[in-house]
Design a protein around this ligand. Structure first.
Ligand code: HEC
Length: 312
């Protein structure tokens, strides 16, 4: 990640944005070399981490080509000011459809981890673009103090090449909202390509013919076993932070799901164990699993069915 900080109301705060990915293990320590390359020390220290290896030492060397990126994001009394590394296409900057902003926060509670909660969409209601097309100020309706704001600039294009941003998402934690003048209506543009001009209505469609009663349908057989795939549970495992400790095939902080499956629990029993773990079942594990009673039942059951299916 790349981080940009600023002082607002006497406190440091700022934004984080993706920088580089694809390392062989979890990034832990970094050091700049005198030539501007970056040495990256990596380990998964026995936990889940990105990459295939348990450890690594890699060197990141810049190609010398300046990427089209968000350079900084600053909080404004009525929104954000976003600066780019290169001039952007003005038409894309002046289109409200290029931007979306949403906010969320995490739970501070005694159990392990938290999914993002209180997700809410905010509305971008106006923009003001600098003369050099390097900076845009966006007016946001629905800023929330203390919340993390996800700015997603999907529609912004680079001048001349029309490339999109390498990383269109930035995350700003708005612990303080600065005081100061807001932009007046006359200082912003509000063009939105999503809003279509009034078009003549097409010729009225035929009224729908009432549906005939279908011939007596044979009742669907009751589905005994719902097939749950990894693709279906992956978002649930991520959202509920299981991924921090469990892997499908390899032992990590907790046992591999394939090894849990070998114990032949019913899905119901697995749900119980997620909500109320029994560390005595796995005495060889140093850190016990924290009770996770906040995992919604339906989600736990879906995960449980998937774990059970690994034994087939
Ligand atoms: C902080 C690490 C951690 C997290 C997070 C975690 N687990 Fe575990 N899990 C463990 C450990 C360690 C064990 C084995 C020891 C124990 O049960 O305490 C375990 C055991 C289990 C078992 C086997 C229970 C038994 O008694 O046989 C299941 C099933 C399981 N975890 C599912 C999940 C699911 C699903 C999630 C996410 C909702 C999750 N775990 C989150 C660490 C974790």
């Amino acid at each position: 990640m790349r981080v940009f900080m600023e002082e607002v109301n006497g406190e440091l705060q700022g934004m984080a944005i993706d920088f580089r990915s694809g390392f062989r293990s979890g990034v832990l320590r970094m050091a700049w070399a005198p030539d501007g390359s970056l040495f990256v020390g990596e380990t998964n220290r026995g936990w889940g981490s990105a990459g295939e290896a348990n450890e690594g030492l890699e060197r990141l060397v810049w190609t010398g080509e300046l990427p089209f990126e968000i350079r900084t994001v600053k909080a404004m009394p009525d929104g954000f000011e976003i600066e780019f590394t290169k001039p952007a296409d003005r038409k894309s900057l002046e289109d409200l459809a290029s931007y979306s902003v949403s906010s969320f926060i995490y739970k501070y509670h005694p159990v392990y981890g938290s999914p993002p909660v209180d997700n809410e969409e905010a509305k971008v209601t106006g923009v003001r673009v600098s003369d050099d097309n390097m900076t845009v100020r966006i007016v946001v309706d629905g800023l929330k103090q203390y919340y993390i704001h996800h700015l997603f600039l999907e529609g912004v294009r680079e001048k001349d090449t029309f490339h999109s941003l390498v990383h269109p998402s930035a995350y700003y934690t708005l612990n303080n909202i600065p005081q100061g003048p807001s932009l007046a209506a006359g200082q912003v543009t509000t063009f939105d390509s999503r809003v279509k001009k009034e078009e003549p209505q097409p010729v009225a469609a035929k009224p729908a013919t009432p549906a005939k009663t279908p011939p007596a349908a044979t009742p669907k057989p009751v589905q005994e076993e719902e097939v749950v795939t990894l693709e279906m549970v992956q978002p649930l495992l991520a959202k509920n932070t299981c991924v921090a400790c469990h892997n499908k095939d390899t032992k990590q902080v907790g046992p591999a799901y394939v090894d849990v499956a070998k114990r032949n629990y019913t899905p119901e029993q697995i749900v119980e164990l997620i909500h109320t773990p029994r560390p005595e079942n796995w005495p060889e594990y140093a850190t016990p699993m924290p009770p996770m009673p906040h995992v919604p039942r339906e989600e736990a059951l879906k995960i449980a069915k998937w774990i059970s299916s690994l034994n087939k």
